[in-house]
Design a protein around this ligand. Structure first.
Ligand code: CP
Length: 306
C-alpha cells in the first residue's frame, strides 16, 4: 500500500483492501500463538488522539502498536491543551514537532482526519469520524469474514440497525462491495439516509427480506448519543420491530455469522442468546481488530523502515 494516510474505504482499491486483509490474517495467526513482540514498528512513535469515547478501537490500536515495538502515547483530550482552545491542526503540528510518526484520530466531526492529514507530516489513521467512516472497523469485519469464508466475493451481508448515524455501515458498504459482496440494509425509515442505493446497497423493507439467505447478519448499535427525539418510539419497540432474534436469524443461511461492531445494547439490536450463541463471532471481531490495526500501521509506515 502506497499512501500516507488511511482515511476511509471509499478511497481504497480492492487490491489495497486485499493487501491489508492478507497481512492482517498473518498477524492474527501470530496473535493466536500469543506472539506479541514483533519488530515492524520499532523506533516509531504512535499517538492516539480520541475526541470521543472508545474501548475497542483505542485499546486495539495501542496494543497493535506496542506489539510491534512502537512508542505509544495516548493523548487524553479531556486533560490536554484542546481544553484551552488549541485547534486540531495546531495539536497535530505540535505532535509533528515531537517527531511523532502516526496519529490515530477519532473525532465527532466527519472530515476531521482528512483535515489533519493535509496539515501534518505524520501518517493519519481515521479511527471513526462522525457519521462518515470507520475504516478499520470494516476492515476487521472483513478480516473475520475472510478467515471463515476464504473469499468474500459472492457473499451476502445483511446490516440492520441505526444506518443513519453509522460510520461502520458506510465503511462496510464501500469495502464489501469493492470485494464483490452484496450488502443489504434495513433500518427504521427515520434512520435510513437517502443515497445508499447509489453507493451499492440494497435497501430492504423488512428484517426478513434483509436476512433471507444471508451469509452474515450484522447488528448496529443504536447510537443513543446521536439520536434526535422521535426517530423511534422506544428501545422496547425498536427491539421488537427492528432487532434480530432467533426467529429472524432463521431466515439466514445455515451457520450465518452473527456480527456486531460493539459496544452492543443487549436485547436491543441483538438478543443476548444470539450475542452469546454459537454463530456469534463478536469476540473474534475484537481479535481481528488488533490484527488488522497491526497490518494498517505496518503497511502505512513500512517504506520508511525498508
Ligand atoms: N466498534 C467500536 O468502534 O468500538 P469502540 O467505540 O469501543 O471503539
Amino acid at each position: 500500500m502506497k499512501r500516507k494516510d488511511l482515511l476511509g474505504l471509499y478511497d481504497l482499491s480492492a487490491e489495497e483492501i486485499g493487501e491489508i486483509l492478507s497481512v492482517g490474517l498473518n498477524m492474527k495467526k501470530l496473535l493466536r500463538q500469543n506472539i506479541k513482540k514483533l519488530p515492524h514498528l520499532m523506533g516509531k512513535s504512535v499517538t492516539t488522539l480520541f475526541y470521543e469515547n472508545s474501548t475497542r478501537t483505542r485499546c486495539s490500536f495501542e496494543l497493535a502498536a506496542k506489539y510491534m515495538g512502537a512508542h505509544v502515547v495516548s493523548l487524553s483530550v479531556a486533560t490536554s491543551s484542546v481544553q484551552k482552545g488549541e485547534t486540531l491542526v495546531d495539536t497535530g503540528k505540535t505532535l509533528d514537532a515531537m517527531m511523532n510518526d502516526v496519529i490515530v484520530i477519532r473525532h465527532p466531526m466527519g472530515g476531521a482526519p482528512r483535515l489533519l492529514a493535509k496539515t501534518v507530516k505524520a501518517h493519519v489513521v481515521n479511527a471513526g469520524d462522525g457519521m462518515n467512516e470507520h475504516p478499520t472497523q470494516a476492515l476487521l469485519d472483513m478480516l473475520t469474514m475472510r478467515e471463515r469464508w476464504g473469499d468474500i466475493a459472492g457473499k451476502t451481508v445483511a446490516i440492520l440497525g441505526d444506518i443513519g448515524h453509522s460510520r461502520v455501515a458506510k465503511s462496510n458498504l464501500f469495502g464489501l462491495t469493492k470485494l464483490g459482496a452484496t450488502v443489504r440494509m434495513y433500518a427504521p425509515r427515520t434512520l435510513m439516509p437517502t443515497g445508499l442505493e447509489r453507493m451499492g446497497a440494497k435497501i430492504c423493507s423488512s428484517r426478513e427480506e434483509a436476512v433471507e439467505g444471508a451469509d452474515a447478519v450484522m447488528g448496529l448499535r443504536i447510537q443513543l448519543e446521536r439520536q434526535h427525539a422521535g426517530n423511534f418510539p422506544s428501545l422496547g419497540e425498536y427491539a421488537a420491530y427492528y432487532g434480530v432474534d432467533d426467529g429472524v436469524l432463521k431466515y439466514a443461511k445455515e451457520g450465518a455469522l452473527v456480527m456486531h461492531p460493539g459496544p452492543v445494547n443487549r436485547g436491543v439490536e441483538l438478543t443476548s442468546s444470539l450475542i452469546d450463541g454459537k454463530e456469534s463471532v463478536i469476540e473474534d471481531q475484537v481479535l481481528s481488530g488488533i490484527a488488522v490495526r497491526m497490518a494498517v500501521l505496518f503497511l502505512l509506515t513500512k517504506e520508511e523502515i525498508a
